[in-house]
Design a protein around this ligand. Sequence first.
Ligand SMILES: Nc1ncnc2c1ncn2[C@@H]1O[C@H](COP(=O)(O)OP(=O)(O)OP(=O)(O)O)[C@@H](O)[C@H]1O
Ligand SMILES: [Mg+2]
Length: 364
Amino acid sequence: MENRRSPMLELVDIHKSFGDVEVLKGISSSIEKGELLTFVGPSGCGKTTLLRIVGGFTPATSGRVILDGQDISSLPPNMRNTKMVFQSYALFPHMNVRKNIAFGLTLKKWSKTEINKRVDEMLELVHMEGLGERHIDQISGGQQQRVALARALALGPKVLLLDEPLSNLDANLRVVMREEIRKIQEQIGITTIFVTHDQYEAMSISDRLLVLKDGVIQQIGSPVEIYEKPANEFIAGFVGYVNILNGKINERANGSNTFKISTTYGDIEIDSEREDIGDGDEILVVVRPESLSLKKPNSAQKLNGIKGTVLTHMYAGNHSKYSVKVGDKNIVVDQHNPKDSPRYQHNDTVELLIPRNAHILKRQ
Ligand SMILES: Nc1ncnc2c1ncn2[C@@H]1O[C@H](COP(=O)(O)OP(=O)(O)OP(=O)(O)O)[C@@H](O)[C@H]1O
Ligand SMILES: [Mg+2]
C-alpha cells in the first residue's frame, strides 16, 4: 500500500473522433499503483472507447497513454503490459479451464512446469481449484467470469482493464462477483480500471470514480466526494436521488464560512468552505433525501425550517419515504428508523429541516 502514491498510468489529453464525431474530448487523468478507478457514465459517453485506447485496441486521435513512466501510445495490445477482460469474456470454448488460463503463458513459451504452477496459483486465487479440467460450457457464468479474470492475471500485467465485467450475471451474482473482484484486486494489489454504467456498482467497488458525460470528464473523486460533494447538477443526479432548491447568497458573513441564503421557501443558512461563491450568486442547494428531517410545524427549531405539505408517505419498515410539497417542488425525504420517529399523514403540514452542511453549487 505504501507505494500507492506514484502514478501507474497516466492519460494525457486524449481525444478520439470517429469520422466527424468527437467522442472523447480531452481526457487527462492519472491512476495510482494498486488503485481501482472506475470509468462510469451514461451509455455512449465513451467509457469503452477510452478503455480500448488504454489497452491498445483502438488508436486515439491524439493524446498519450503513459504506463509506469513509459509512453505506450503506439504499442499494440500484446506489447503493453495491460490486460483487458472483455464483456463477453472471449474464452476459448474448445479448451478446458486450465488451457484457457494457460493461453498467454503458452504463447510466451513458459515451460510446462512453470505453466502448471502458475495455473494452480490462478485457480486458487479465483477459487476454482478442482475445476481445471472442465470445459467452458460445463461451468457457470460466474465461474466463466473467474476464468476470464484468472487468464488476464496469469501473466502478471501492470494494469487490469475490465469492461462491464458483471453485465452477463444475474443481480445476486453481480454483487457476489463484485466483492470477489475487489478482494482479488486488493489481495494482489493490481492497478485496475473498471468500466460500468451502473453508478451503484461504481460507488461500491472503486477507490475513485471518473465520471464521463459526452466524452468529457465531469468529476474525478472518491465515492464519498462524488456523492457528498458533486461538482455539478449532472453528477448530483447521477449518483442517487437528490433534491435541488434554487437560492441566492444574501451574505457571506465576513471571514466566516456561513452563507445566508434566500430561497422562495424561506431563508436558510449553510456552512461551507467554498471560496468560489459569494454575495449575490445564484446557487443550488443540493440535499439528499436521507439528509433531510421532518418536524412538526412551529417546533422549537426555527432556523433552516421550510414549510411544506405531505403528499405521500410510504412505510418500508427500516425507513419511510415522504414526498413533501414545498412551493412548486416535490421534496423527497427518507426517514430512517420510522418506529422511533413521528409519523405524518397525507396533507399534514410539516417543516423540513435543511442541514447546515448541505452542499451548494453555483447555478450554471
Ligand atoms: N467503431 C466505432 N465507429 C463509430 N462510432 C463509434 C465506434 N465505437 C464507438 N462509437 C461511438 O462512440 C461513442 C462512445 O461509445 P462507447 O462504446 O465508448 O460508449 P460507452 O460509454 O462504452 O457506452 P455503453 O455504456 O453503452 O457501453 C458512441 O456514440 C458510439 O456510438
Ligand atoms: Mg461500453
